[in-house]
Design a protein around this ligand. Structure first.
Ligand code: PRP
Length: 207
């Protein structure tokens, strides 16, 4: 039997959906208590459960040959991968948002923007010729306008519930974010037969 393919899955919001998607297609994974590496029941895929933000680093360095990840995190990483397929879950939007009661005229000088996604934000403001001061946060970005750190945020919006709960609204949509299966290009070159066969199985749908 071939060596199992190596696939990184993101911990957190995409983990459950990724595992369910794989299980429906015959790749059932059980992680023993607190363990972050497991081989699926068929022995075809070795899974590494890594922090979402670190996933591109593991794939870039070839520790995992493949990864399931949002295009937000991939874009932020700056790494180039082969996109093998788009997955049918987890899509969101990257948005610029502000307090509903914000008077844009009250924002003089450089626009202060808090975000986890500094690359998205920088690209957006450069594209639009707007001088902006980007403040990097690690999460819970919606708090920034509420607490007065920055009037604007760039963040993911899925249901919009988090924005609503903080009296924020979308000002502009920067990009549609998809969840994709990516490959390290060198890994793909050496394992393309097995990788293509995995992609075919995933495309076929529930077993
Ligand atoms: C994301 C995002 C928003 C929220 C949007 O946060 O940063 O906070 O989800 O989802 P909604 O539109 O459905 O409310 P995540 O849960 O990834 O954690 P974070 O706040 O630590 O970034």
């Amino acid at each position: 039997m071939n060596e199992p393919l190596t696939l990184a899955l993101p911990k957190g919001r995409l983990q459950e959906q990724s595992e369910a998607y794989l299980a429906e297609r015959g790749f059932r994974i059980t992680f023993e208590s607190r363990k972050l590496v497991a081989t699926d029941e068929s022995g075809a895929v070795r899974i590494m459960l890594v922090k979402n933000i670190d996933l591109p680093t593991y794939v870039h360095h070839g520790i995992a040959g493949l990864g399931i990840c949002g295009t937000d995190v991939i874009h932020e990483s700056g790494y180039e991968f082969f996109t093998l397929m788009r997955l049918p879950f987890g899509s969101t939007k990257m948005c610029l948002a502000a307090r509903k009661d914000l008077d844009p005229a009250s924002c003089t000088g450089r626009l202060r923007v808090a975000t986890k996604f500094t690359r998205f934000a920088r690209d957006y403001f450069q594209r639009n010729g707007i001088a902006a001061e980007i403040i990097r946060l690690g999460g819970s970005v919606e708090l920034a306008p509420v607490l007065g750190l920055a009037p604007y945020i760039v963040d993911l919006v899925e249901t919009g519930n988090t924005l609503r709960a903080h009296h924020l609204e979308v000002v502009d949509e920067l990009a549609r974010i998809e969840v994709v299966l990516v490959a390290n290009p060198a890994y793909y070159k050496f394992h393309y037969r097995s990788v293509d066969s995995l992609v075919d199985t995933l495309h076929r749908g529930p077993a």
